[in-house]
Unconditional design. Structure first.
Length: 82
């Protein structure tokens, strides 16, 4: 945290952040009053599609590229690596 922050800056940041969140949520409320319910359901499916595409496109790392701190402990036991 920055030691140069004044208490007024912290209070201003808290209130401005709260105001922005309030405006965004109210705009979502008014948009939901305009859109038909079926379209709102489809908006939920968009987030699921984004999650699935991120899951599919994630690259898997090989065990040799992982740092030694997170390699499973069984690889460090000689009699188990036969």
């Amino acid at each position: 945290m920055d030691d140069n922050l004044q208490p007024q800056q912290v209070v201003l940041g808290r209130y401005s952040g709260f105001t922005i969140l309030l405006i965004l949520s109210l705009s979502g409320l008014f948009i939901s009053l305009i859109l038909p319910p079926t379209w709102i359901t489809l908006l939920g499916l968009i987030t699921v599609a984004i999650g699935i595409s991120n899951l599919v496109s994630r690259e898997t790392d090989s065990l040799s590229e992982l740092p030694s701190e997170i390699i499973p402990f069984t690889t460090h036991i000689p009699h188990l690596n036969k």
